[in-house]
Design a protein. Structure first.
Length: 262
């Protein structure tokens, strides 16, 4: 399904009935990353909304965007779908978009799930890496993104034991447009830091970390657990950054325990 917002088109899926759950994918991925979650969540009685952020998957757009642009797209989508209140979950970059949503539209969200993500902004070295990757993509070397992230997304055991999953995620990353990649990198590079203001998010929250996550070390899980006022959390053992696909049964169980209150 698609929705045109101003000058770009957002692609999304909307499954099931019940309390609405909005899941926001990471970089440089798409809504296809949530494949292992959709059916179990729908079967448990939830309405699952999974969009492609602009420039990723089947959505158009990209270029110079900020986290607020991604967030506003999602509010337009919820408005279009008639969803006044939702539980939101964001993975990695999706978590950065989610923080913007929670800050600017707190009345729209009943709960939030921080999924292998962080509250901290990039340090100087991190910003430089984003800039270098932008330069590479703009010079025509777009394959550097998938090549770089393939080495960061999985636990070592996953690399050895689940080659089909590696190929599946590689194909998902290859759907991102150069414009979308640049837009995502710019938005991540310029995003604000929320570490000192996590106390403002007073709704129930869940934090999921993975003990083999190379992209999001557990220090970020600890910061979220220590800063959010109404929080529960779990660390999934033996998984990397793609924990929802590497260990779907454990990941889904953690989410469903949290969602029982809704």
């Amino acid at each position: 399904m698609q929705l045109t917002i101003n000058d770009h088109t957002i692609s999304y899926d909307d499954f099931g009935e019940g309390p609405a759950l909005l899941l926001i994918h990471g970089f440089p991925l798409s809504r296809q990353m949530w494949r292992p979650q959709v059916e179990p969540l729908v079967d448990a009685g939830y309405r699952v909304i999974v969009p492609d952020l602009r420039g990723f998957g089947e959505s158009e757009g990209g270029g110079v965007v900020q986290m607020g642009d991604f967030a506003d797209d999602l509010i337009h989508l919820l408005d279009y779908l008639g969803v006044n209140h939702a539980i939101v979950g964001g993975m990695s970059m999706g978590g950065y978009v989610m923080l913007n949503l929670l800050e600017r539209y707190p009345q729209r969200f009943l709960g939030a799930m921080f999924l292998v993500t962080r509250a901290a902004s990039d340090d100087a070295a991190g910003k430089q890496k984003r800039s270098d990757m932008i330069d590479a993509v703009q010079s025509g070397r777009v394959e550097i993104v998938a090549d770089t992230f393939s080495g960061l997304l999985f636990a070592e055991a996953t690399m050895d034991e689940q080659p089909r999953l590696i190929k599946e995620v590689q194909k998902i990353m290859e759907t991102a447009s150069p414009q979308g990649i640049v837009g995502g990198l710019l938005a991540m590079r310029e995003r604000r830091d929320y570490v000192e203001s996590l106390e403002q998010f007073g709704m129930p929250t869940l934090v999921i970390g993975a003990d083999q996550d190379k992209a999001m070390p557990l220090e970020h899980y600890d910061a979220l657990m220590g800063g959010l006022p109404q929080v529960e959390g779990t660390v999934i053992v033996g998984a990397g950054h793609m924990v929802n696909m590497e260990k779907p049964a454990l990941f889904n169980s953690a989410i469903l325990r949290f969602l029982e209150k809704y």
